[in-house]
Design a protein around this ligand. Structure first.
Ligand SMILES: Cc1ncc(COP(=O)(O)O)c(C=O)c1O
Length: 400
């Protein structure tokens, strides 16, 4: 085993258990209240009916299972993705051949991209910046790709924005890649145009790439979120340089089991990633590509889903009140302050048969040992308004 393999193995060993594994350990030996049915608000899994076109489209394309799909995705799917990006973000042109790839869910793509874009052997620029708390894949990706994660705390004081002004100059100059998540899991924060503009200016100044995870772009309380590509274009940038976005049918179309998403942006980064993917091979099966193309081409089901999420958020806060936590601008998560997040999660499980995730499981300790997710729990409003109101009632009744 050479030095590099060794260090990668050590890095994998040092990576903590995934949040849901930690939750299982936390709940071991505890039992839900046998008098009430369970509400699982732990996982961010949309639970809405299948969009109406799914079954027919799948049935029409079953023969595609007899063929190997390409890893980049077939042209009909990439064309549907490019057209959606153009419509949704008012972009002049997205080239389906050079600026778009299919992803088998964005999770794998968000992980793999760090391996394509940072070069541990050179150790020239090891820093990978990410929000904290964050979708844990960014951390695992940075770590296993040989990068050094740098955490941008997202706290009530920063309005839950990852604070770009708090990053020291020498950290910027060593930065290869910045992950941004808008709307954010878990806090619901949404980046505005000025935020993306600042990030783009920094990317040019310090020569790094931006990966914008926009999986929750279609789930918002009031204003429709802007995307990185549209800000890049409107600020006069050619060809989305330095930018990649990822988006997913898991949230927009409530199809998490289909494992389908998009990667789009800078053609040189797309080419580099496509080359890597031609070896690792995350190809989307052809029948699923057909369903995915249909899903990116239809907004009716997305609007219906948004109505449900908004009604759920309203139902939740009508009961819970907004004194302690404000209504999140985006995503279907609520990020609620509590005194002790692990004790609260256990008490909610035992007393109210409710599963929520301790915020500290979604965050990392910063250099000073402070975990910005401590003192919060995350609950997903994915079961419709009635259950959301019931969830709020039960969370309010938890005693620790
Ligand atoms: C912020 C964020 N990004 C990406 C994903 C991955 O979604 P998928 O792999 O289903 O596209 C999730 C899933 O929960 C998420 O919360």
């Amino acid at each position: 085993m050479n030095r590099n393999q060794q260090s990668r193995q050590v890095r994998l060993d040092q990576l903590g258990a995934y949040p849901f594994e930690r939750l299982k350990v936390l709940f071991a030996g505890h039992h839900t209240n046998p008098d009430i049915t369970s509400i699982d608000a732990g996982a961010g899994e949309p639970r809405l009916p299948l969009p109406p076109f799914v079954a027919d489209t799948l049935a029409q394309h079953l023969g595609g299972f007899s063929k190997y799909p390409s890893t980049v995705g077939g042209l009909p799917l990439r064309q549907a993705i490019a057209s959606w990006l153009e419509r949704r973000f008012a972009l002049q042109h997205v080239d389906p051949l050079t600026q778009v790839l299919s992803a088998n869910g964005t999770r794998e793509a968000l992980f793999a991209i760090a391996h394509a874009l940072i070069n541990p052997e050179a150790v020239r620029k090891p820093n990978v910046l990410m929000p904290n708390p964050m979708y844990q894949i960014y951390l695992g990706a940075a770590y296993t790709a040989g990068g050094d994660p740098v955490f941008l705390p997202c706290t009530a004081e920063t309005g839950f924005a990852p604070d770009l002004d708090a990053v020291p100059e020498d950290a910027w100059s060593n930065t290869a890649l910045v992950y941004v998540c808008s709307p954010s899991n878990p806090t619901g924060w949404i980046a505005d145009s000025a935020y993306f503009e600042q990030l783009l200016t920094l990317a040019d100044k310090h020569d790094f790439y931006i990966v914008s995870d926009e999986c929750y772009s279609e789930i918002y309380w009031q204003e429709r979120p802007v995307g990185l590509l549209e800000v890049a274009e409107s600020s006069g940038r050619e060809g989305f340089s330095r930018c990649l976005v990822m988006n997913s049918l898991s949230k927009r179309s409530a199809l998490p089991g289909m494992r389908s998403g998009l990667i789009a942006g800078d053609a040189s980064l797309i080419a580099r990633f496509a080359k890597m993917r031609s070896y690792t091979g995350p190809a989307t099966p052809l029948p699923l590509q057909a369903v995915a193309a249909a899903a990116w081409s239809d907004e009716t089901h997305v609007a219906q889903h948004l109505d449900v999420y908004r009604a759920s958020l309203k139902a939740f806060f009508d009961v819970y009140g907004t004194d302690e936590a404000g209504i999140p601008p985006g995503s279907f998560f609520v990020w609620l302050p509590v005194v002790d997040e692990e004790a609260f999660a256990v008490a909610a499980y035992e007393q109210q048969s409710v599963i929520v995730l301790p915020g500290s499981y979604l965050s990392a300790d910063d250099a000073d040992g402070v975990n910005p997710g401590a003192g919060y729990i995350r609950a997903a409003l994915v079961d419709g308004p009635e259950k959301a109101a019931e969830l709020a009632r039960r969370l309010k009744a938890v005693r620790i």
